[in-house]
Structures are given as C-alpha cells and as structure tokens.
Design a protein around this ligand. Sequence first.
Ligand code: SDX
Length: 437
Amino acid sequence: MKEQSKATLSFPDGTAPIELPIYSGTIGPQVIDIRKLYAQTDRFTFDPGFMSTAACESKITYIDGDKGELLYRGYPIEQLAEHCDYLQTCYLLLNGELPDDEQRRDFENRVTNHTMVHEQMTRFLQGFRRDAHPMAVLVGMVGALSAFYHDSLDISDPEHRFVSAIRLIAKMPTLVAMAYKYSMGQPFMYPLNRLSYSANFMRMMFGTPCEDYEPNDVLVRALDRILILHADHEQNASTSTVRLAGSSGANPFACIAAGIATLWGPAHGGANEASLLMLRDIQREGGVERIGEFIAKVKDKHSNVKLMGFGHRVYKNYDPRAKLMRETSHEVLGELGLHDDPLFALAMKLEKIALEDDYFVQRKLYPNVDFYSGIVQKALGIPTEMFTCIFALARTVGWIAQWGEMIADPDQKIGRPRQLYTGHARRDVRVPAKRKG
Ligand code: SDX
C-alpha cells in the first residue's frame, strides 16, 4: 500500500489538529491510517459492526459491492467457477497463483494423503447425542484436531503452517461426513484415494459399506462449484474471528473452530439453512399465493421477520455467487428430472417479487449466496441441518489462507479493540455500619 495524501482532523476543544496518512490499495476504497490517533489525541474512533473499518491489509480476495464483483487473487469468481475445480482454487487462495500441472498433481496428492482422521476421533463423536446439530459436532471435532497434531503447531514455521492448512482442507470433508453419518446412525465411510476431492466427499456422505457407490459426475461438479463459490469472502464475520483468534497465537485448529462457531449464526453462514426453512414454511402455508403476505411481514418492523438469503453488508447489487448458485440449481434439478421443484419455483417467484418491491430496492437488498444454496444442496441430497457444515468445509481454505497471511505479516499484533464506556463512574461499596454490642 502506498501513501497518497493526508487527512487533517481538527477538534473543537483546542486539541492540536492531527494529520492522518491516506493509503491506496490496488483497487477499492482508500484507507485513513488512525493507528496514532489515540496516542496523539486521547480519543478512539467509534465503529460498532465495523461499517467503515478496514481491519487489515490483504492480497487474497476483493469484493466490489456496488458492481457485484468478487475476485480471488484477482480472478473473477465466474471464471474460476467455470474453468477451475475446488482444489485448484485452494492452491490459488493459499499461494497467490493458479497451479501448473505438476503443482496441481503434488497439491492433490498431499491433500488426498491427509484425508483420514485419527481413529480415536470416532470415539470423540460418541459423546454427542445423535440429534446434536452437526455444527455443534463440527466445532468440537475441529477444535479437538489440535490434540492430535503436536508435530505441526509451531505457527512461526511456514512449513508447519502449510502442513496444518493441508490437514484442515483434507480432513474437513471426512469430519463433515462423519458428523452426518453419526446423526444417521450409519457407519463412517473411510476416504477413497482414487476419487476426486468432491467425489470422495459425496461417497463418504451417501455411500454405505453394503454396496459400491459411484458418484454422479454432474452432481459432483455442482458440489465442487458450490465449494468454489464459498471458499473465501474477504473480512466477513467468521474470517475476522479467525484472524482475531490467530492474533493471540492460538493454534490453527482452534482458530478454525472459532470461525466455524461464528459462521453458524443465521445472519452469516446459518442463513442457507434458515433460507430453505423459510421457503418450506411459505410452501407449507400455501406457496406462491402466500408470498405477498410473507413480504408484508418482512416489511413490518415489529414482526422481526427477515427475508433470509437476502441482503449483504457489502453487496449492494446482486451477489455474483447467487447468480452462479441459481444456474447450478437449474443444472442439478435438470439432471435429476426435478424441473418443477416447487421450492425452486417459489424461490424464483419470491426473488422476482422482492426485486420489484420498493422496500428491497431502496435498501439495495438482493439475493446473496445463501438464497439458492439450500435449494441446490437439498437437490444433492444434503439434509438442511448440514448446509452450514458444507459452507464451513468450503470456507476452511479461505480462513486458513487469511490466517496464514496474518501470521506471516512481520507487523502483526494481537487484536485488541477499545470501547466507549457509558457505565457507572467510580463508586464505593456501601458497607453497613457495624452493629454495636
Ligand atoms: C453471508 O460478510 C460476508 O461476506 C458474509 C458472506 C460470506 O461469504 O462470508 O457473504 C456470507 O453471511 C451472507 C449473508 C447471509 N445472511 C442472510 O441472508 C440473513 C439475512 N440478511 C440480513 O440479516 C442482513 O442483510 C445482513 C446481516 C446480511 C447484513 O446486515 P447489515 O449490513 O448490518 O444491514 P442491516 O441489518 O443494517 O440492514 C439494512 C436495512 C435494515 O432496514 P432499516 O433499519 O434501514 O429500515 O435493510 C433491512 C434492515 O432491516 N434488511 C432486511 C434484510 N437485510 C437487511 N430486511 C429484510 N430482510 C433482510 N434479509
């Protein structure tokens, strides 16, 4: 980043004006460097929810919310989704460039040879109820990985960081599939090294030891594209959590577990599950005819009802991933002969009505990645409560790439925000006078 100019901040109370450097990046908004503000003026900035705050410098992902543009290391998401697979995208996010043939083979082999988890992890699962939400299981199991890999926890060692990244990318499909099989009371399926990353995941999810399972290529490609679309997304809530956890020196498995916990919220990665449940509720209450009534509820502030899968802190235009997800839904439903899937038809109708309604137009609320992802995942046979686990599986590479970028930064410091305190000023505990006698 290079200094472009300076901003001058003046105060009404005679505090000396302060000059703050303004930096430009390659593309996107400039930033005002306020790091010296408190030391020089005894004042903090105030930005709950980080509406106007750049928390770091990064070279990994760029989002233009007004244009609806998403770039991974400069490549548009549309081109990656069309010409690359998920492991090539993982290599790109981690290393900054797409792999050549030899690099691709080596990376795929490394990932393939780390897909098994320690056998004792199966016993760890037994502690959960069968009906536990799979995200609760996933948070627990990923955090527990640090109990098994003492040989790669020196985060100052680039090789250890790379081994941890490979292990996490490789083992997430195995852990997610184990969480699903455990909820079904079915035996776990071991990874099969001859299958591709996404085909292997489909087999671990839907295969059983009783018969051979040959994944459907169209469905595998659709899943692989879903993983690409969810791989990274700049400094979203879960990625910011991973960075903050990592800034204390916590091991990468603990940091990713913190990211998974954050992603679970319905305002974030939990929105795909919430969006499908919303469509199902509308369907159950009468379908397309009930859309008007539902939209009215959404517009009524007292109802606390949101149109799940709509709106975004950054995108004030169509989320490019939502477009690609809608196309993927179409492809998968077509492949499965589900052209008239009622939920897909309902979603398209709901989208059309919302995009013509002033309430949504004024607030620039468009479908985000979560609006269609539930429909395509349901068509792939993935149960609703597993949707956010798939999101976490895909986002692991983004989290670990952003974590690695932060740890490798020589100026990295522990993240420690301050506050505007509006509680009681100092006061003393009232001690009741001692009774005489
Ligand atoms: C993800 O950050 C990322 O990059 C996240 C993500 C990623 O890849 O990591 O893209 C993944 O989390 C996508 C977002 C998934 N969440 C949802 O679909 C849940 C529904 N959406 C909302 O909760 C909301 O849109 C957020 C949380 C996504 C964004 O919230 P903001 O930016 O804080 O905006 P806001 O809540 O202040 O909303 C602005 C206005 C408000 O109305 P007014 O007070 O101005 O009258 O828009 C309204 C909100 O009430 N609004 C909605 C709405 N989203 C915002 N009204 C109805 N339905 C919605 N979905």
